[in-house]
Design a protein around this ligand. Structure first.
Ligand SMILES: *[C@@H]1O[C@H](CO)[C@@H](O)[C@H](O)[C@H]1NC(C)=O
Length: 276
């Protein structure tokens, strides 16, 4: 126990203790979220877009920052936060860096909307410090991630389209690109109702480009979760979903997949100076 306490302090490094009050259907609950350290990869060229990139379970922002820094995308600033360390049901309650609590990975397992909202709010806060997107100064904001980070990125996409988080707070930003590698879509069952109820939500869903990539040999997050997520998003009105299959790929990423991410982001965000 003492060993673990030490680990969480070390990983926390520069921690920001954020106490959020959430209103969930009349019941006000308070949960403390200590997000870990955030790593920033500065753009080497003209800053045209900022993407928050989210790691998988038990990882940290540092590992992805190193990988993203090497990509030929000089006009993108990457912000790589680290998830709070929390008990994770999937690991029998063992504390681990996780964007939300997750039990058995199955379509019927309940979603931890409180945890998802806390992380999606943290992401929105990180992006709200970036230049504003306007007709005069087009500036693009996006969210991407791997595995549980991809799930959180897709959840952010649904909050953006719906116009609010599940806790009712308004979603404050305009998102222009979502990337999910080896992930799944939380809250898929209620998604269609949330989007169909409003013209604005339908318009936002129809305009947001999403890239999903999944290996068909993934033994952690099954390939069919990628397929199902694509179907759920499509039937809820997300018109711009590209789903890429990687033959023989397990639960990790390969250069070929990151090349696809670069090409797709460059095309969707209309970046200058892209070297392919
Ligand atoms: C981040 O995670 C990697 C493993 O993915 C590990 O090697 C590294 O030490 C971690 N870094 C920090 C700062 O915790």
């Amino acid at each position: 126990m003492a060993g673990f306490l030490f680990l969480s302090i070390t990983i926390g490094g520069i921690t920001t203790a954020q106490h959020r009050t959430m209103n969930t259907g009349g019941r006000t609950s308070r949960r403390t979220c200590d997000f870990g350290r955030t790593y920033v990869v500065k753009p080497k060229g003209r800053h045209q877009a900022t993407i928050v990139w989210l790691h998988g379970l038990g990882d940290n922002g540092s590992s992805w920052a190193q990988l993203l820094e090497a990509l030929p995308l000089p006009n993108i600033k990457w912000i790589c936060p680290t998830a709070p360390t929390r008990p994770v049901a999937l690991l029998g309650g063992f504390p681990c860096a996780a964007w939300f609590d997750v039990g058995e990975l199955s379509e019927d397992s309940p979603d931890d909307f409180e945890g998802l909202d806390a992380s999606a709010t943290h992401i929105a806060n990180l992006l709200s410090g970036e230049p504003a997107d306007s007709n005069f100064l087009p500036f693009k904001l996006g969210v991407g991630g791997f595995s549980m980070g991809a799930a959180t990125a897709l959840y952010s996409a649904t909050c953006f389209a719906h116009g609010r988080f599940t806790n009712g707070n308004p979603f404050p930003l305009n998102l222009r690109a979502i990337v999910g590698l080896s992930g799944w879509l939380p809250g898929s069952r209620s998604l269609r109702n949330k989007i169909e109820g409003s013209h604005e939500a339908a318009r936002r869903a129809a305009s947001l480009p999403i890239l999903l990539c999944h290996g068909n040999s993934d033994d952690v997050v099954p390939y069919k979760f990628g397929e199902k997520s694509t179907q759920f998003l499509g039937s809820a009105g997300f018109r711009y979903v590209s789903f890429k299959t990687y033959d023989g790929l397990g639960h990790y990423t390969v250069p070929k997949e990151m090349d696809e991410v670069c090409n797709w982001l460059n095309g969707r965000l209309g970046l200058d100076g892209f070297r392919s």
